[in-house]
Design a protein around this ligand. Structure first.
Ligand code: CTP
Length: 400
């Protein structure tokens, strides 16, 4: 059974979908998981603890102040759990866990639990779409909480809209996939570069490009979710640090090169998604340059090619490059893959308005040298693309 040896902590909160939690428990138990349920006060208005205790064959906990006095339940209940699933998750509980409030057993457990957390928001569509709820979900997502988006359909309040908790089987399947994926990269070290670099020609001005870092950060997140030890070397980016990764901030190509070279030891894969400036000004004035002559000039010199340097030091790790092109994508990406001694190349066109530098979406192709294949992925969010790219990398590493 796919979930044998896995223990799931299921948190049930007070939404109408709470009745479906019985089916979630059944589904998890059927796949061999040990299930421990905690419920909030309001969840008990929708389904009884007895039902969930019978189905999980385990005691159900509902309050902070129950249980024996020697053990502190809000710590001991979750120890040994491989995953904390909160389904359904009400707007109220999402708000509390996003902001660290701990006024019941479930929210206390959220703060003490160190493993992966999955939440299934379920509520009226106006509530779900409210900026406050969306902001709370964004906070949770950025902290590494996995969110199973609600479905569109008829809601208990009679209206059509988004907010329905997905079918219990779909939730069980997602939990299963997540636990399986997590195991794939555990014990593996992955180095990722992201963002632009800045090459200064005076104290405050520089050459750069519009890279936001979104693709590299999404790949770092996807690798961390699969259990990898991730080092993310990033040029200047406004994005928050992805959950569970070690972030090394750099500014110039030279600094990025140094950070990459000193972290290459022991890596299992290096993925270079940064948009590195190829040239830097030779003249670098220590102060802010004053306006004067009508015309001035400054020579440019090459920066280190970080990917090429990594390719020269390849000692068994998988090397993945990115090729952002405005034309001849496949030929250019292939040529770069060979020239820089890469095993794989992710290519994308940067002249389309919907995909590329600052966009949230990307349309990429993944080229494998060993397999001699080109996989063209459709236009999708950078986050989804990152998941697909990581799947291909895992396949290439022989870990699938
Ligand atoms: N790259 C790098 N260091 C550089 C330039 C590029 O590590 N100084 C990496 C990028 O992170 C990317 C790959 O090389 O993974 C391809 O980058 P790209 O700018 O498309 O290639 P270039 O080698 O700069 O080729 P060109 O500008 O001629 O297209």
């Amino acid at each position: 059974m796919s979930l044998s040896n896995k223990n799931i902590l299921l948190g049930v909160t007070g939404g109408i979908a709470a009745y479906k939690s019985a089916e979630i428990v059944r589904g998890l138990v059927k796949k061999g998981a040990g299930v421990r349920v905690v419920m909030t006060e309001s969840a008990m208005r929708f389904i009884t603890p007895l039902t969930l205790a019978v189905l999980s064959k385990n005691q159900v906990n509902t309050g902070l102040w129950e249980g024996d006095q020697e053990r502190i339940d809000h710590v001991s209940i979750s120890s040994g759990s491989d995953l904390f699933l909160i389904a359904p998750a009400t707007a109220n509980t999402l708000g509390k866990i996003a902001h660290g409030l701990a006024d019941n057993l479930l929210t206390n457990l959220f703060l003490t639990f160190k493993g992966p957390v999955v939440v299934c928001p379920s509520m009226n569509s106006n509530m779900y779409l409210h900026p406050a709820v969306q902001a709370n979900l964004e906070i949770l997502r950025q902290r590494g909480v996995h969110i199973i988006a609600p479905a569109v359909g008829e809601l208990a309040c009679g209206v059509e809209g988004v907010g329905r908790m997905p079918a219990p089987e779909a939730i069980v399947m997602e939990v299963e996939t997540l636990l399986m994926k997590r195991a794939k990269l555990s014990g593996k070290k992955i180095l990722i570069t992201a963002g632009p670099t800045r090459e200064f020609f005076d104290a405050v001005r520089f050459i750069s490009n519009p890279s936001s870092g979104k693709m590299g950060y999404a790949i770092a997140e996807a690798a961390a979710r699969r259990g990898a030890d991730v080092v993310l070397v990033s040029g200047p980016s406004l994005l928050p640090k992805p959950a569970g990764v070690r972030l090394v901030n750099v500014v110039t190509a030279e600094e990025m090169n140094e950070a990459v070279m000193s972290n290459l030891k022991d890596v299992d894969a290096a993925i270079m998604a940064a948009a590195v400036s190829d040239y830097r000004p030779v003249g670098r004035y220590p102060e802010k340059l004053k306006k004067g002559e009508e015309k001035i000039s400054n020579d440019l010199e090459r920066t280190p090619d970080i990917l090429e340097n990594a390719g020269k030091r390849k000692n068994g790790f998988l090397l993945v490059g990115f090729a952002a092109e405005t034309e001849g994508l496949l030929e250019n990406a292939r040529e770069k893959m060979l020239r820089k001694n890469c095993d794989m190349m992710v290519g994308n066109l940067v002249n389309s308005s919907r995909s590329g530098f600052e966009s949230d979406e990307n349309e990429v192709m993944v080229i494998s040298k060993k397999k001699d294949t080109v996989d063209k992925l459709p236009l999708m969010s950078k986050r989804q693309a990152a998941e697909r790219i990581m799947d291909k990398i895992i396949e290439e590493m022989g870990l699938d």
